[in-house]
Write a protein that binds this ligand. Structure first.
Ligand code: ADP
Ligand code: MG
Length: 309
């Protein structure tokens, strides 16, 4: 008989205020075992507060959380055996060396992963005697991932892992996160980068102002957005943008420097091409692309000016 697998993490009706400030209004979600679950949203959305509550570092005013059946607010000791965490604000002592940090963390766990092969796997093998302050940003992040993994967690929380990294270091860290997932560890990834969420996550919760605005796979979110497909073409002819905008499924049509862009639901592209033919226009450099998370995200969050990519 099919056995329903226990979810890795259940968050049910979480609320957290700091005095007057409502950081998390009401958040409920389920993270499945073995997935990379993204929490995406602008600064101040309540992402860190949510994962800190999951990691037992903050206690909610309301709600209930379970991590593999453990209550993180009352049983921190049991929690540390199943959950590893890399926090947004965590900074190690500047003078500590890579090896010292790995040994220190190992001492916290009854059955730590041997740190030397772990360091090797994370590309830190040749940096063991280097001090934290002398590591590059990417190396520091890799060390923080190593420290989050050393207790052999079943769930790892990574908060704003690649913020401030250059594109190459970002990609290396992304590969690492996929490796971690491929080894069977459930990953909760907090990010404000749409690209990162779209690239890495199996499912994404878009959070804004302490609430979940949408929760789906990246493809599901894109399809639900107002620009599932984006059609662009060049033309020197005058285009009747108004009639394009009135077409079924079209959410936006605009023109700049001879390039026309039409955004809309799946299937709009063919209708647009047909409409152009009727107008006697032959489009040049016609491109049809799947939309990105951007439009879904912008539709769902109120504070687009804070987005950094
Ligand atoms: P995010 O990680 O999405 O940027 P946070 O969870 O860190 O958001 O913060 C949510 C809101 O709660 C923000 O407005 C933030 O300023 C506020 N906040 C976070 N921590 C505290 C705290 N310790 N005291 C007061 N306000 C806080
Ligand atoms: Mg944060």
């Amino acid at each position: 008989m099919h056995q329903e697998r226990e979810p890795a993490v259940v968050v049910d009706g979480l609320r957290k205020t700091y005095g007057e400030k409502v950081a998390v209004d009401e958040i409920s979600l389920i993270v499945h075992e073995g997935e990379i679950f993204g929490i995406l949203g602008p600064n101040g959305a309540g992402k860190s507060t949510t994962v800190e509550a999951i990691a037992g570092l903050r206690v909610g005013d309301r709600g209930r959380i379970r991590v593999h059946g453990i209550d993180p607010w009352t049983d921190r000791a049991a929690l540390t055996e199943v959950l590893g965490v890399q926090l947004q604000e965590a900074k190690l002592q500047p003078k500590i060396t890579v090896q010292e940090a790995l040994e220190l963390w190992s001492a916290f766990y009854p059955d730590p992963e041997p740190w030397a092969p772990l360091a090797e796997r994370l590309g830190l093998g040749t940096h063991l005697s280097q001090r934290f302050e002398d590591l590059s940003g990417g190396q520091q992040q890799r060390l923080s991932i190593a420290l989050a993994l050393i207790g052999r967690p079943r769930v790892v929380v990574l908060d704003e892992l690649t913020t401030g990294l250059d594109p190459r270091a970002r990609r290396e860290v992304w590969d690492l996160v996929r490796d971690v997932r491929d080894r069977g560890v459930t990953v909760i990834l907090v990010t404000h980068s749409m690209e990162e969420a779209q690239t890495l996550c199996d499912r994404i919760a878009i959070v804004d102002a302490g609430r979940i605005r949408a929760l789906d796979t990246p493809a599901g979110l894109i399809d639900a957005g107002t620009a599932a497909t984006i059609t662009t073409f060049d033309t020197s002819a005058a285009i009747d943008l108004v009639s394009l905008r009135e077409m079924d499924g079209v959410t936006a049509a605009y023109s700049a420097n001879g390039t026309v862009t039409v955004e809309g639901a799946e299937g709009v592209a063919l209708a647009v091409i047909e409409a152009l033919r009727m107008q006697g226009v032959s489009p040049q450099r016609l491109r049809v692309a799947a939309g990105s998370l951007d439009s879904a995200y912008l539709d769902l969050t109120d504070t687009p000016q804070e987005i950094t990519r």
